[in-house]
Each structure stands twice: as C-alpha cells, then as structure tokens.
Design a binder for this molecule. Sequence first.
Ligand SMILES: Nc1ncnc2c1ncn2[C@@H]1O[C@H](COP(=O)(O)OP(=O)(O)O)[C@@H](O)[C@H]1O
Ligand SMILES: [Mg+2]
Length: 396
Amino acid sequence: MVQASPSLPVDEALRQSEERFRLLVEAVKDYAIFMLNPAGEVASWNTGAQRIKGYAATEIIGQHFRVFYPAERQASRHPERELEIALHEGRYEEEGWRIRKGGGRFWANVVITAIRNPAGDHLGFTKVTRDVTERGRLLQERIDAATALEIANRELEKANVRLARAVADQSQFLAVTAHELRNPIAVLSGSARTLGDYWPVLTDVERTELLDAMSLSSRRVSRLLNDLLTASRLEANAIELHPMPVRLDALLGASVATARAADRDAAIDLDIAPGLTVFADPERLAQAVDNLISNAIQHGRPPVSVEAHEDAGNVQIRVRDGGSGVAEELVPRLFQRFASGEHHRGTGLGLFIVRELARSQGGDAWYESPSGQSSFVLSMPVDSAAPREWERQTQN
Ligand SMILES: Nc1ncnc2c1ncn2[C@@H]1O[C@H](COP(=O)(O)OP(=O)(O)O)[C@@H](O)[C@H]1O
Ligand SMILES: [Mg+2]
C-alpha cells in the first residue's frame, strides 16, 4: 500500500500517504465514513457523513453514535449490540432506519468494522453508511401493497360469507314461501272450483263451509306474506316503527278476539292489570302478540291464557298454554329464523319476528317452562308519561 518515493525517507512517505488517504476519505460525498472509539463515540467525520446525517464535525465528534438511531432502537440497545457483534465477528452489516439531525428518517445500509492494531488491541470501529432511502421506499411500498391486498382479501372473504348467507337465506325464504303457500292456495282454488261447478246442487251449509275455508286460507296467506315481509325488513334493518303510548287492554282484547274468531274452538283467557300503557308501535306489538297466541293454539294445547302485569319499568305480556312445552332440542334456537319443530308446518319465522320486534322497541322476548308447560313472555317498556296521566285522572 505505502509507496515510498525514492527522494523521501520512509517515515515521511508513510505520513504523506496517510494524509492523502485521510483527505480522500474526507472528500467522499456519497458515503458517510467515520470512526468510533471503542466506547462508540464518534471520533472522525467526513463530507458524506455531514451530507447524509446533517451534523457538522464539530457538533458530532465526541457524541455516542446511538443518536443516529430511532428512539425504539435506542431503547432496545440495538446500537450497542451492533458494536458487540462487530467486535466479536469483525464486521456487522444491516439495513434499517436512521435519524438525521432534526429528526428526519432515512433508510440506511450500514457496515461497521472493528479495527485492531497488529498486536490485536482493539482501537475502535469504522462505520460506513449509505443512504438507500429510495430502495427502502420501494420496499415499504411493496410491503404496503401486500398489506392492502391482504386486507382487501379478508374483506372479500367476509363479503363472500355474507353473500353466501344471503343466498342461503333467499333460497330458504323461497322454500318456506312455496311450502306454506301450497296448502292455502290448494284450498282456495279447490273451493272456488267446487263452488263454481256445483253451486246449484250445494246446500247452504256446504256453501258456507267452503266460503269459510276460503277466508281462513286467505287470512293464512296474508299472515304469511306479512311475516315474510317483516322478517326480511328486520333482517335488513329497514323496519319502520311508529311508537306511541298504547293501552294494553284494548290491544290485547283485539288480539284475543281475532284469535277466537279464527278458531271457534279456541278457549282463551285474558287477565290484564288495569291501566297498563306501553310505549310501542301498536301494529307491530299486535303482530308480535298475534304470533304468540297463534303458536299457543297451533303448537300448544288449551287452555290458552294471556296475562299482562307491570314489573320494574316494563310490562310483561305472558302467553301460556296447557301443552307440554317446546321440544328440548329446539329451545336453544327457538328465536332464530326458520327454527320450527319437526312435526309442525310453519315458516319458523314467528318467534324470530316476536323477539326482533320487541328488541327494536326497547323490549325483549323469551321462553319459560315452569313445570314443563310453555310460557312465552313479551316484555315492553312502560310508557313513562302514563303514570302521571293516570294520577291526573284519579285526582280529578
Ligand atoms: N306454545 C308452543 N308450544 C309448543 N311449541 C311451540 C310453541 N310455540 C312455538 N313452538 C315451537 O317453536 C317453533 C317455532 O315457532 P315459530 O317461530 O312461531 O314458527 P312456526 O310457528 O312457523 O313453526 C314451532 O314450530 C314449535 O315447534
Ligand atoms: Mg308461529
């Protein structure tokens, strides 16, 4: 390395050569090349270091080189570990974020080399740092793109699951509708044909029976339609409610009267505490109560009873029947859509509607089975203005 010129003594040639080398290193612009003492403090500085890191030589010489690292790397003592590795293995190289004077980040390629004298004593380290931010940016962009893709994929998967559920729901809705329509429509068309073909020879009683069958079937179809519409609106969160104070004696009385009219054999008791008023959409509340009463008649046994009483800010409407209750295996999913007992016809939407309607109006619905009987409870918030109204009436 050292080229002694013939006219100079060896010592002087060596000194000149070292000086040339120092000047060369100092002048390098594209690399930060500097030395650290064994403790990791900056011992020399070049033009490239000033350009890349932003410090002038006078500002940085004597400071520990940890200042070039992000706070989290300093906290984990990464700079110190780099020196340990370099000392142990002779050399350490990595790419990572470094901090310029003033706090700006750049992506750096760093090589640290341990320096020893010929006797093997440790003198310090050289550190060569290159600003490869552009490469880092591309890398980060690639990572960002991959992350975005992964997120998009996950969203897509979720959407797929929702879509599959919606498709399954649709076909279930269709199957239920078709199944439930078949019977009443057969009754309607059969009765209409019989009446048309045989009108003159039918007795009055036979004509009345056929017409009754027709109106019962058309009521069933319109109830089915109403339940399907309500269920799909509840499902889509698109139900419109018009809540107002509702007198329960009138509402429950009407529901019981309708059920008695539909089924002349239906024995239904009504027991309601006077003056109960809830805050609810009256039509939707009636729809829920109708569902519970028709379940008691259809799936349960007489006697059927409807009661209402107040309990801690809520009114509990209880529909009971004398049957043996809901099959045990059905209970856990009783209020889910399309849950229906094995031997019953039906949409399996009734109790789903009851509970969803109750919950969307601040109430709830549940099943109780005291001593094996069935008892369905529909709980609705009391109309908070009602007691004052009631007090006013009793005072006057
Ligand atoms: N009062 C009841 N007694 C016994 N089982 C009942 C009663 N009410 C509901 N169930 C059971 O719960 C199921 C779900 O009821 P519901 O959601 O109204 O659907 P659907 O009446 O169309 O079958 C019924 O199929 C029946 O098996
Ligand atoms: Mg039902």
